[in-house]
Design a protein around this ligand. Structure first.
Ligand code: SF4
Length: 432
């Protein structure tokens, strides 16, 4: 199985037009990915290439449009580049060493530093005589690169490399510099980390309904299955209708049952209370970030019944065909309405840059985000919090709807604060 995009570190190359970004990406990837030409604005949408990158493991190299493109199309391209920078784990700022620094280059580099991500400067055209002003400007960043200021370790430029794309020099040093950042990048845990041991058995409950993709499982299910097999666990996979009989027939009960969020209530009603149970969505919220990020969202769920209308922002990180059973636009709004008696107005988006400006939202529900990196997931949650919108994920929302949040997170004692925030909603009838 190829490593999914959401598991790969993203290395984003950015800078002004004609700085040599595309040639540099091609040189690092060892093949032509982007069209290279002398006139500005050759790269339009970001171009991505997956590769193995020594100590960093599987990565995606992302070539972007110049951030100084002044054309009408350019502003759209710049917006796309800014989107891509949100998901960057490492930023390579590319600047031509043979040209004086542009004012916009200085602004861009300062703005990049505010993103608190490791930055490496690649100085291109090293085969040509250096521009003195550029050298003076870069000296300041060289000092920062050498500084041991651990407090600002993500803000500082982490290295500077002089490269020639035409003579293919300096590329290997730059690659070693990028690889040396391996230890500074926050790693994702695997879905079952800390929950099962070698030889345990686990049970997966995976409904195959009209919303399921034809002929395959969805990514969270596949990843949990693979993680369990990597840990030499025995895996029993059933649809909800077969759960009761399959569970009753087991002599040795599973260490853990993981269910699709939509079947949480049913699964909980079938299994005994002492059976450890959680959902794919909750495992992914823990894998991609912190369950505690959803504390405000859970508290907001508890207050929705006080509103006249619930303005709901539904965020799904990838495209799929919407059906009459769609979770974001149908099932969750229907559940919220049934639970609170308040009408629900839904706006569904794929990315926060699609959010209608200035529109008020009472709460955002976000999918398991299995297709995006931990870095992008974190950036999205931070952007929602910054906009004053409490956020909760699909799995916790559905568990809340059934009064089952305590059960869904009892495996994770570090998140007991979430349990307390919705304790009033426990419907004991559904726990027996
Ligand atoms: S909608 Fe979200 S959870 Fe579902 S497959 Fe796409 S990224 Fe994964």
């Amino acid at each position: 199985m190829r490593t999914p995009r959401g598991e790969r570190l993203h290395i984003v190359f950015t800078g002004i037009c004609n700085a040599g970004k595309s040639s540099l990406v091609n040189a690092i990837a060892g093949r032509t990915l982007s069209i290279v030409a002398d006139h500005p604005g050759t790269t339009t949408d970001p171009v991505e290439k997956s590769m193995e990158f020594s100590a960093l493991g599987p990565v995606v190299l992302v070539d972007t449009a110049g951030l100084d493109d002044a054309s009408v199309l350019g502003s759209l391209r710049t917006a796309r580049t800014n989107d891509v920078l949100q998901k960057a784990d490492i930023i390579i700022f590319v600047t031509p060493g043979n040209r004086a620094p542009l004012h916009c280059e200085q602004t861009i580099l300062q703005k990049l530093q505010q993103r608190e991500k490791p930055i490496i400067v690649a100085v291109t055209f090293s085969e040509a005589p250096s521009n003195k002003e550029k050298v003076t400007w870069l000296e300041e960043y060289k000092k920062l690169a050498a500084s041991q200021d651990t407090q600002n370790k993500h803000r500082a430029v982490r290295g500077m490399y002089f490269v020639s794309n035409t003579e293919n020099t300096g590329i290997e040093s730059l690659k070693r510099g990028i690889a040396s950042l391996a230890d500074t990048i926050e790693k994702e845990i695997t879905p079952l980390e800390g929950l099962v041991n070698e030889g345990d058995s686990i049970m997966l409950v995976t409904p195959i309904d009209s919303a399921a993709p034809k002929g395959r499982l969805i990514l969270p299910e596949t990843e949990v299955l693979r993680d369990a097999l990597d840990r030499n666990c025995t895996v029993i996979t059933v649809q909800p209708a077969q759960l009761g009989a399959a569970y009753a027939n087991l002599i040795q009960k599973p260490k853990l049952v993981v269910t699709d969020s939509q079947a949480f209530s049913y699964t909980a009603s079938v299994l005994p209370l002492h059976q450890a149970l959680t959902s794919f969505s909750i495992l992914f919220a823990r894998k991609k970030g912190e369950l505690a990020w959803f504390r405000d969202g859970i508290a907001m769920l508890d207050r929705l019944n006080k509103l006249n209308t619930i303005n709901l922002l539904a965020v799904e990180a990838c495209t799929h065909n919407r059906t009459h059973e769609d979770i974001a636009t149908v099932k969750i709004p229907a559940m919220l309405h049934a639970k609170t008696g308040v009408p629900v107005s839904v706006t569904a988006i794929r990315s926060l840059s699609d959010k209608p400006p200035n529109e008020h939202f009472d709460i955002a529900v976000i999918c398991g985000s299995c297709m995006v990196t931990r870095t992008l997931f974190k950036a999205q949650i931070a952007a929602l919090h910054e906009a004053g919108i409490p956020v909760v994920n699909f799995g916790l929302t559905l568990a809340w709807g059934s009064g089952l949040i305590p059960r869904a997170i009892e495996l994770f004692p570090e998140y007991s604060i979430l349990r307390e925030s919705s304790y009033d909603f426990i419907n004991t009838a559904q726990l027996v």
